[in-house]
Design a binder for this molecule. Structure first.
Ligand code: B12
Ligand code: SF4
Ligand code: SF4
Length: 343
């Protein structure tokens, strides 16, 4: 049976629901080389799920039997420059300054699936963003959206790397786009820009050193050598992207829901060090920051305060020394040692 779905219709529907970029790739097993290298080197840190779902990551047919096509989608969160964080504030990665993108993506994907189903009710699809075992950057590169830069991020010519990704698997064959050529060339600006040297080799990030991993994904205590490199990173890290020339002269074009909310780009440590679970829920539920949970945000704030060396934080830091959360207690002890005996 010939499907009434074609590339042009699917792309128009994706743009119509608000995605900024869309491309099409032929579904099929991926070369396991890159993923296996990450797993062999231990670069996945304690995100064991990257390995346990290896088969699904490498073959879309495991997620959607009969998958013929991968539609790769990107949503920009590029906004006008925000003022840099001031002393006494923790910085939030740009993608997390607005509404939680998972919710934003979910609604757009639902709209896209509805549009495709209305045109071809028998078509089956599987749509996801971030959470399913799909190698979203690899599919975006194959579908022509951009290339995987030396910083490990997918870079698009129009929106730079300030895009979030999603995929839609489809059991229909669509005309594929050409994959995107690599455009980093001889640039290597992101390698020295990383505060922890986490770009193990160009294109591959060692999560055991990446501040994005430690500030967002890691539960519990942070090793001293990482704590010492925290700087003002409260949630996530953009250092290997802000330095990238492809992120310079591009137009602001963020999805409206991802635009920074008042007080969510740079957050005063004082409030974080006085946070309680009720206030945490009021301020952070429905934002991406909730992924770090209450104890993760307090722990990160303690490490920033400790790293500042400013004795004025001592009373607020000391209050967490008896916390029920291991990571918070350890961070408070680390910070107190940095803040000196007097003060
Ligand atoms: C696990 C994960 C992380 C981990 C590990 C990151 C990593 N590089 O693998 C941690 C917590 C560190 C992380 C950090 C960030 N993440 Co993250 N993360 C993921 C997640 C859930 C899985 C990625 C994965 O499978 N990694 C395992 C490796 C093996 O697969 P891969 O990353 O797809 O591909 C790598 C290799 O295979 C290799 N590779 C593959 N093909 C080729 C080809 C060549 C030629 C080369 C050289 C390399 C290469 O390069 C890739 C980069 O290492 C994805 C969502 C998803 N389902 O894809 C989001 C995702 C990759 N993250 C995203 C974001 C936004 C971030 C941060 C920018 C957040 C922040 N500001 O703090 C940072 C960026 C860090 C960085 N420089 O990469 C976006 C990326 C958007 C973009 N433009 O690229 C994604 C796609 C989420 C989304 N739905 O939008 N993340
Ligand atoms: S996100 Fe930060 S810590 Fe991670 S690789 Fe990029 S610059 Fe390094
Ligand atoms: S900073 Fe340079 S090397 Fe790094 S991702 Fe951007 S263009 Fe590529």
């Amino acid at each position: 049976m010939i499907s009434p779905l074609d590339s042009a219709f699917v792309k128009a529907a994706a743009l119509d629901v608000g995605f900024h970029e869309v491309g099409v790739a032929r579904a099929g097993p991926l070369d396991p080389g890159a993923l296996d290298r990450v797993l062999a080197e231990g670069w996945e840190a304690d995100m064991a799920w990257l390995g346990t779902q290896r088969a699904e990551r490498l073959d879309p047919a495991r997620l959607l039997p009969g998958a013929r096509t991968v539609v790769a989608l990107a949503l920009s969160y590029r906004d006008r420059e925000q003022p840099p964080q001031a002393p006494g504030e923790g910085e939030v990665a740009r993608y997390a300054r607005g509404r939680d993108y998972h919710a934003v993506m979910k609604r757009k994907l639902k709209g896209l699936v509805a549009a495709l189903s209305a045109r071809d009710p028998a078509a089956r699809c599987f749509a996801s963003s971030d959470l399913a075992p799909t190698m979203e950057k690899v599919w975006a590169e194959r579908a022509g959206l951009g290339w995987i830069g030396k910083n490990g991020c997918l870079i698009t010519p129009r929106h730079g790397s300030w895009v979030l990704l999603a995929t839609l698997l489809l059991d229909r064959e669509l005309e594929p786009d050409a994959s995107h050529p690599e455009r980093c060339g001889s640039c290597e600006a992101c390698l020295p820009a990383c505060p922890t040297g986490a770009i193990a080799v160009p294109g591959f990030v060692d999560s055991r050193r990446c501040l994005s991993f430690w500030t967002i994904e890691r539960r519990g205590a942070i090793p001293d050598q990482i704590s010492a490199r925290f700087g003002s990173h409260l949630f996530g890290c953009d250092d290997c992207q802000t330095c990238c020339p492809w992120n310079g002269a591009i137009e602001a074009g963020s999805d409206p829901e991802l635009l920074p909310r008042q007080g969510q780009s740079a957050i005063p440590l004082e409030g974080l060090l006085r946070l309680d679970p009720a206030e945490y829920a009021r301020r952070f539920n429905g934002t991406s920051l909730a992924r770090a949970r209450f104890d993760g945000l307090v722990r990160n704030a303690l490490l920033i305060a400790g790293g500042s060396g400013e004795a004025r934080w001592r009373p607020l830091v000391a209050a967490w020394l008896q916390s029920e959360h291991d990571g918070v207690r350890a961070a408070a002890a680390w910070a107190m040692a940095r803040l000196g005996e007097s003060g």
